[in-house]
Design a protein around this ligand. Structure first.
Ligand code: NZQ
Ligand code: ZN
Length: 393
């Protein structure tokens, strides 16, 4: 196991009705003027936004609102948010929504206290060192942004989707009421489930030996998702299944499953080019890319894939030919994604095979290679996209 620091300062406030505590939580963490940031309308429609703002009023915390965050959040709204926070002397951002709202809020939080263009953080020109404090009321189990220091934003003019990360961006608190996820369309629930599993797989496929504890934590999250996702697709009002998935989403991405080991993240980077170009849901893009990536890199360490196949999908272990077990595990994963209603190839996603050179170009590797479990060249990336384009059950 490698040396590591684990820092996860967020207070998680979990369970039924906990959104009523939003006002008190903001006060506890020093907010005196709040920006309430939300998405395209689900929180308004469900009445959640009213409950949250009522709790701010009850706690005597003044606020302004900024809605309209789109999935794959855009830089344009971030600039608006930064201006609004400056005008209104906002000192705390409260997000009501999913990963897109939280990521947009993180960008605003970093941008408000930075003299330059906030995009500097996303194009690698500057690192986030400070940010306004944020809190979240989570409405979808997916991105894990409620417990992570990461943010991903799309530059509207170029379609470039890029990430930034800093401990300064970790939420002070995250309110997590699984009931809030019951209004999700089944497709969004499934996208979230795929993203959660992908966050674990990005950590599971490692070159670091002797990492039993994190292997087992990863497998616990994956087994939970395999068991609980079909239950919520079948019965969206199942509180316990929703609760298990919601906590799995957080555990998957605070990095508690990934400490002390090398990680991959190539599937995420390849997916970001898809959602940047086609504006598709991140989890749907991952459902297409990740099994293809698995097929491409499996020969690097068939035993690791066979272990996943055996422990997560219950495939019989073939010790003489572990690659057979490995392949069966990847087939099980793709079948699982299909069964919960996700696309498994380019056509189902709405992507075009002839755009692959554009996707590769946007990834910007040139003659270089990515980092990760297997370092990928531009040609490797193109091959993975081609496998994804043609994938079938
Ligand atoms: O905008 P509204 O109307 O709220 O609708 C949203 C949106 O259309 C809807 N929704 C959310 N909660 C709902 C609901 N509809 C009904 N009832 C509810 N309770 O669901 C749609 C998707 O929401 P979004 O926030 O986009 O989903 P998600 O949490 O999957 O976030 C995706 C974004 O997070 C990024 C992705 O790239 C993508 O941009 N990621 C962020 C990460 C991070 N910050 O650590 C890591 C991830 O790997 C990921 O890259
Ligand atoms: Zn993700």
């Amino acid at each position: 196991m490698d040396n590591f620091n684990f820092y996860s300062p967020t207070e998680f406030v979990f369970g039924k009705g906990r959104e009523h505590e939003a006002g008190q939580m903001v006060k506890k963490y020093g907010g005196s003027k709040v920006l309430v940031h939300f998405g395209g309308g689900s929180a308004v429609k469900s009445g959640l936004l009213d409950r949250v703002t009522a709790s701010l009023t009850a706690a005597e915390v003044p606020y302004v609102t900024l809605g309209g965050v789109k999935p794959n959040p855009r830089d344009t709204l971030v600039y608006e948010g930064i201006d609004l926070c400056k005008q209104e002397n906002v000192d705390f951002i409260l997000c009501v929504g999913g990963g897109s709202v939280i990521d947009s809020a993180k960008a605003i939080a970093a941008g408000v206290v930075y003299e330059g263009d906030f995009w500097d953080f996303y194009c690698g020109k500057a690192a986030v060192e400070k940010a306004l404090p944020i809190g979240t009321v989570l409405t979808i189990a997916a991105a894990g942004s409620e417990g992570s220091g990461d943010t991903v934003v799309t530059q509207e003019a170029t379609g470039l989707k890029r990430g930034a990360g800093s401990n300064a961006l970790r939420p002070r608190f995250s309110i997590m009421n699984p009931e809030l996820t019951m209004t999700l369309p089944p497709f969004q629930t499934a996208c979230g489930a795929c993203d959660i599993m992908a966050h674990v797989f990005e950590r599971y496929f490692t070159n670091t030996p002797e990492v039993e504890i994190t292997d087992r934590l990863c497998e616990a999250v994956l087994c939970t998702m395999v068991k609980e996702t079909p239950r919520v697709i079948e019965d969206p009002m199942n509180y316990d299944a929703r609760a298990n998935i919601m906590w799995a989403g957080t555990v998957a991405h605070t990095n508690i499953c990934g400490v002390g080991r090398s990680q991959d993240w190539n599937s995420h980077n390849l997916e970001h080019e898809l959602s940047g170009l086609y504006d598709v849901a991140h989890g749907a893009g991952l459902a297409v890319v990740m099994p293809a990536w698995m097929e491409f890199v499996m020969p690097h360490n068939p035993m690791r894939f066979a272990q996943m196949a055996n422990r997560v999908f219950g495939c019989a272990m073939n010790y003489e030919k572990p690659e057979m077990t490995a392949k069966e595990g990847i087939r099980c994963f793709r079948r699982f994604l299909h069964e919960i209603g996700l696309p498994i190839n380019f056509a189902e996603l709405g992507a075009k095979e002839e755009d692959i050179p554009v996707l590769v170009e946007k990834l910007g590797l040139g003659d270089g290679k990515t980092w990760g479990f297997v370092r990928l060249s531009s040609e490797d990336v193109a091959q993975i996209y081609h496998i994804a384009a043609k994938a079938a059950l």
